[in-house]
Design a binder for this molecule. Structure first.
Ligand code: KIV
Ligand code: NA
Length: 270
């Protein structure tokens, strides 16, 4: 069984690889590629559920996708991202929502978009046996505060706040930290300051690992952020396959004789 200890042990030896996945076939492919950590991100709201932000994603939505991913994963650590307002409002509810991802859906850990309010919550969850991946820098659930998705930690105060919160979450027992869209020199400093591994997205090369949204990596997304990189052309592949299917049906070349059969013993029904 994959554990958070494996992730901690790998850091410092080799870069940690992490990707999102939301469904069974994608999880299978990501797992077979030996990716260390699969994040069932609340980015599922953008990638798969047709929302403009992650805010409408519910615990039910996330749980459904976590179940699909964990049923299809053998080796990777499966991390469930906690949706907007599913944690932080009330401690008991937060723990119930997070615990459910492990108890019922097969996740091994949860990820929390962090702030001052998640320090004691992280400590409580870890005490109870729910491993926590912290997430600092750009936290997209704050889109209404930011008015968009700007880079974080770009001035001294902002950078110090991120470093302090990173230390606080390490002390509270988080097993790793995602740093999103922060200057690479800040990410390098935070990585140096912590014992737990940092996993960057738009945070430069000096983190202990990297994470991206799988739809962006394979080239399925219609749009992807500038800090992402497209390693494939899945959207184009799908477009051309679907175009060919439509043409084949319209021209009558599909289905061909081999795609159906007649029953010899049937008599005409009229
Ligand atoms: O939801 C998500 O995909 C994430 C990653 C980008 C870190 O939080
Ligand atoms: Na997320």
């Amino acid at each position: 069984m994959p554990t958070v200890r494996d992730v901690r042990a790998k850091s410092g030896e080799e870069p940690i690889t992490m990707l999102t996945a939301y469904d069974a076939p994608t999880a299978e492919i990501v797992d077979e590629a030996d990716v260390d950590v699969i994040l069932v991100g609340d980015s599922v709201g953008n990638t798969s559920l047709g929302y403009e932000t992650t805010l409408p994603v519910t615990v039910e939505d996330l749980a459904r996708h976590v179940g699909a991913v964990s049923r299809s994963t053998e080796d990777a650590l499966v991390v469930a991202d906690m949706p907007f307002l599913s944690i932080g409002v009330d401690e008991a509810d937060s723990i119930e929502n997070a615990g459910r991802m492990l108890k019922d859906e097969g996740a091994h850990a949860v990820k929390l978009e962090c702030g001052q309010h998640t320090v004691s919550l992280t400590e409580r969850m870890v005490q109870l046996g729910i491993p926590v991946m912290a997430h600092l820098g750009l936290t997209p659930q704050h889109v209404n505060q930011y008015g968009g998705y700007p880079r974080q930690g770009t001035d001294q105060d902002g950078a110090e706040r991120i470093l302090e919160l990173a230390r606080a979450h390490e002390n509270a027992g988080a097993f790793s930290l995602v740093l999103e869209h922060v200057p690479s020199n800040l990410a390098a400093d935070v990585t140096d300051a912590l014992d737990i591994p940092t996993i960057g997205i738009g945070a430069g090369p000096d983190c202990d690992g990297q994470v991206l949204v799988v739809d962006d990596v394979v080239g399925l997304s219609a749009w992807s952020p500038s800090f992402s990189k497209q390693f494939g052309t899945v959207r184009r592949e799908m477009e051309s396959a679907i175009d060919e299917y439509v043409s084949a049906v319209e021209s009558g070349s599909f289905p061909a004789p081999e795609h159906s059969h007649e029953a010899d013993d049937l008599e005409d029904l009229y």
